[in-house]
Write a protein that binds this ligand. Structure first.
Ligand code: NDP
Ligand code: HSE
Length: 436
């Protein structure tokens, strides 16, 4: 085998980046592989649209079977996105003996078990480095370089679109909608950007990281998911006044008999590393029992950074093919019969610090009533901020709590919102005070 033939499904943002990487670095790729890597066929819906790259005649097709049923093709790259038809195409390609490289976190997080089982049965591999953290080599770090470690936690900023929006809102005072549009124009957002802003994309990614770190299946429906659409300029401003930054954080911790997997806006002290990850950049912090805390950082989305991750996988598969064909590393980094089914801890059991912003009537003893309710539910106040600026008939009271159980916070807020002096639902943001 002197030439490894690759087929591509989907010629959008990332697909175009992959073609650019093939073309720009073909000599380097050949030097590193000692074999030629050929992009034999690209299947996409619209074969007439100019994508800004030149292709040899006959490469582009609208017939998917020219890729997935092509006997010459060894590796299929799926960059269509979404559940269907991507899943059916991947399963058909696997049945035809193709190795798969995909950036599709939604598909892998929700239907990964079925795809991995089919691949294992067929003796082919499925690689998905680009599915998490864009260009950051986080999956290969977990599966290979750090694979002698027991991980206790993995957390990070995993969505470029949200981090881009929060950074611009915080640093430039920008409004949400135009910054989202800018992220879409830059090719960062998902086809359906509500997946980004409502935290679903981040949840897909942390589900995959938890599975890889802790060697377990992760029931995606059990992942607590809250996005950034309710974050307001006022909370960003209060966070700044208290030396915090708001980030959309994905958090997963191993408690032995269960795991924590959650996604929500989080206040982080400004001095921590994750608070300084801005724009489209992502960062993942892992704690391994031998390596200790380790931070990986890089571009979390975009054409070229994501293509870099896809091409790294294509070259890794190619090296296995050159060495004889059998995949060297198990798909989730554990032998298939050793994967556990750890349950996800209920959100009510989670312990955190909390930022609570109450909108109340401007009357005496309001604070005492709120503090009383919090105390009744075992919630201890760490600090209070009551800004001097006020609306005509309401004031904001900001409370930072010591560590509390989510179930107690929920009960306390239910009671507080019954008080006649409390005028609006409470704004709650979880706070991560442990170094991140
Ligand atoms: P785009 O929407 O830009 O591209 C999707 C491509 O798939 C388009 O070229 C489209 O065709 C093609 N396509 C859609 N449906 C079909 C179909 N039924 N048959 C054939 N082709 C089809 O998406 P991205 O490139 O941004 O994303 C691709 C994948 O990469 C997704 O899974 C995404 O989550 C993931 N990803 C994206 C990142 C990013 O920064 N954009 C980063 C990391 C991962 P056509 O153009 O011909 O209409
Ligand atoms: N929409 C995703 C993001 C793409 O903004 O992070 C990268 O996975």
């Amino acid at each position: 085998m002197n030439t490894i033939k690759v087929g591509l499904l989907g010629f959008g943002t990332v697909g175009t980046g992959v073609v650019r990487n093939f073309q720009h670095n073909s000599e380097l790729i050949q030097q590193r592989l000692s074999h030629k890597l050929e992009l034999t066929k690209i299947a996409t819906r619209d074969v007439d649209r100019d994508r800004g790259v030149r292709l040899e005649p006959g490469v582009l097709t609208s017939d998917i079977d020219e890729v997935i049923a092509n006997p010459e093709i060894d590796v299929v790259i799926e960059l269509i996105g979404g559940y269907e038809p991507a899943k059916s195409y991947i399963l058909k390609a696997i049945a035809n003996g193709k190795h798969i490289v995909t950036a599709n976190k939604a598909l892998m997080a929700v239907h990964g078990q079925e795809i991995i089982a089919a691949a294992n049965q067929q003796g082919v591999t499925v690689m998905f480095e680009a599915a998490v953290g864009g260009g950051i080599p986080i999956i290969s770090a977990i599966k290979e370089n750090l694979c002698s470690n027991k991980f206790s936690s993995v957390l990070g900023i995993l969505n470029g679109t949200c981090n881009f929006i929060l950074t611009k809102m915080s640093q430039e005072g920008s409004n949400f909608a135009p910054v989202l549009q800018e992220a879409q124009e830059l090719g960062y957002a998902e086809a359906d950007p509500t997946f980004d802003i409502e935290g679903v994309d981040t949840a897909h990614k942390i589900a995959l990281l938890a599975a890889l770190c802790f060697g377990t299946t992760v029931d995606f429906d059990q992942v607590y998911t809250e996005g950034i659409s309710k974050i307001s300029a006022i909370d960003i401003e209060f966070a700044k006044q208290m030396d915090y930054t708001i980030k959309l954080l994905a958090i997963s911790k191993n408690h032995g008999d269960q795991i924590e997997v959650r996604v929500h806006p989080t206040m982080i002290p400004k001095r921590y590393q994750l608070a300084q990850i801005n724009g489209v950049f992502n960062a993942v912090r892992l704690i391994g029992d031998f390596v200790g805390p380790t931070l990986l950082y890089g571009s979390g989305a975009g054409m070229d950074a994501t293509a870099s991750a896809v091409m790294g996988d294509v070259m890794a598969v190619s090296r296995d093919l050159i060495a004889g064909g059998k995949p060297r590393v198990p798909i989730l980094g554990y032998n298939a019969d050793k994967i556990k089914n750890l349950p996800i801890m209920a959100m009510s059991e989670v312990v955190s610090n909390y930022y609570l912003r109450f909108t109340t009537a401007d009357q005496i003893s309001v604070l005492a009533k709120i503090a009383g309710c919090l105390g009744t539910h075992n919630i201890s106040i760490q600090s209070i901020l009551q800004p001097e600026e006020r609306e005509i008939d309401s004031v904001s009271i900001v409370v930072m709590t010591h560590e509390a159980k989510e179930a107690d916070i929920t009960s306390a807020l239910a009671e507080i919102e019954q008080l006649d002096v409390v005028l609006q639902p409470t704004c709650l943001i979880r706070v991560e005070n442990a170094p991140v």
